[in-house]
Ligand binder design. Structure first.
Ligand code: ZN
Length: 157
């Protein structure tokens, strides 16, 4: 979607929709079927700066970097970006400002590209399962379970 970003912020407009994962080629996911839900709203913040607030939600398939098996990862990002009037002004934003990022605004602003950039930033560089599936270890544990010990105990007495 293409918007006039400055007018969008000035008029406090909002929009929402879905974007297919297949439309986000730079995002490295294992499955390209499915879509992410997004919503965008414009506002004027402190020092009369124009901002866009973006929310993106959905589920993506990543590869666990510990066991290399697929894992489903819930994406839920909320970011605020300042629409800088130029690249030079965007670069002037101090790096210690962490409430928002700077992007260069324009009257033909590509919302899909913004969504892709923000999703790229939100996805973990080394995704890992909380607990990796390890079927071989579970079988070993079963062999030495308390029930096996109990069986021996009964036979001895
Ligand atoms: Zn894993």
């Amino acid at each position: 979607m293409i918007i006039d970003a400055f007018a969008f912020a000035r008029n406090a407009e909002s929009a929402s929709g879905e974007i297919a994962l297949s439309a986000l080629p730079r995002v490295d996911v294992l499955a390209r079927d499915g879509a992410l839900a997004w919503s965008l709203s414009g506002l004027i913040g402190s020092q009369s700066r124009p901002f866009l607030k973006l929310d993106v939600q959905g589920r993506v398939q990543l590869r666990c970097q510990r066991c290399l098996k697929p894992m489903e990862w819930p994406l839920a990002l909320a970011s605020t970006v300042w629409l800088a009037p130029s690249e030079a002004e965007a670069d002037l934003l101090p790096v210690d400002v962490d409430e928002f990022d700077a992007v260069v605004g324009s009257d033909c602003f590509d919302v899909d590209a913004l969504i892709e950039d923000e999703v790229l930033l939100a996805i973990p560089a080394t995704p890992k399962h909380d607990v990796c599936p390890e079927p071989l270890r579970i079988e070993k544990d079963t062999a030495a379970s308390p029930f096996a010990v109990l069986k021996d105990f009964k036979r001895d007495h």
